[in-house]
Design a protein around this ligand. Sequence first.
Ligand SMILES: O=C(O)C(=O)Cc1ccccc1
Length: 302
Amino acid sequence: MSRIAYFGPQGTFTEQAARRLAPGEELIPAETIPAALAAVRSGTADAACVPIENSVEGAVTATLDSLSEAEPLVAVAEALLPVHFSVLTRPGTTEIHTVASHPHALAQVRHWVEANLPGARPVATSSTAAAAVAVDAGEFDAAVTAPVAVEHYPLQVLATEVADVRDAKTRFLLVRAPGELPGPTGADRTSIVAAATNRTGALAELLTELAVRGINLTKLDARPTRNNFGEYRFFIDFEGHVAEPRIGDALAALRRRCRNVRFLGSHPRADNGTTEIEPGAANEDFTDAIGWVESVRKGAQA
Ligand SMILES: O=C(O)C(=O)Cc1ccccc1
């Protein structure tokens, strides 16, 4: 049985994602996202499940930062979960002065809280389930949680299906130490992080290497390197798998342009997205072109 660290404690959205991505495996809660990833780096866990992107709030920056630091890790699978919240209180609570949750959750229920709990003060906790723990301990009055949290903590449900934006989703990754990659499926996602030098056109150069090969971007985030003010790392997700000739060709070009590029994984997409291939950018076009150059070199051009 594999040990899967996840961003906990018990009852987080990430635990639900871990159950989907690693059914039947041993799940080990970690207090923070960096701690879940550190468990894989130290060998305490075989893999980690962490949130990466929310359809309303965007990137989960703790995950981006942790993936770009220390030993490399690669994402081998992803899950997309619908996100709506329950609001939990201690039994018998009559007045709600504080509402606790993960900042991404608070941002997604702001209007609901203003309308239904006017005057209540939002308080950030490390995760949605950590808010439930704090409410149970009497630190705050209400917690905004995943629907499953009520099964883990002795709290009562004040409201369910709470969300300012309908159909919000969060994407989660299953991350391992570098090793065998999942094979290409035809609908995959590849992720890299590149620390582009601070000069004119550096990011445009990287993106152009993808664009000229007809590779569609699915996400782009910038995070400060934390070393020099104004220096950024770019997290780039795009359609395709490193095993494909066209993606391999693009990664080689990115590596030529930027020595400081890290491969963060190729894995099947969970969003039913299809891979758009521009004319001349199919894998056969790349292998055919390489074959043609080889025949030219041998003096055997047809
Ligand atoms: O705190 C949690 O439950 C998480 O797994 C992170 C999160 C927070 C808000 C929306 C989706 C995921």
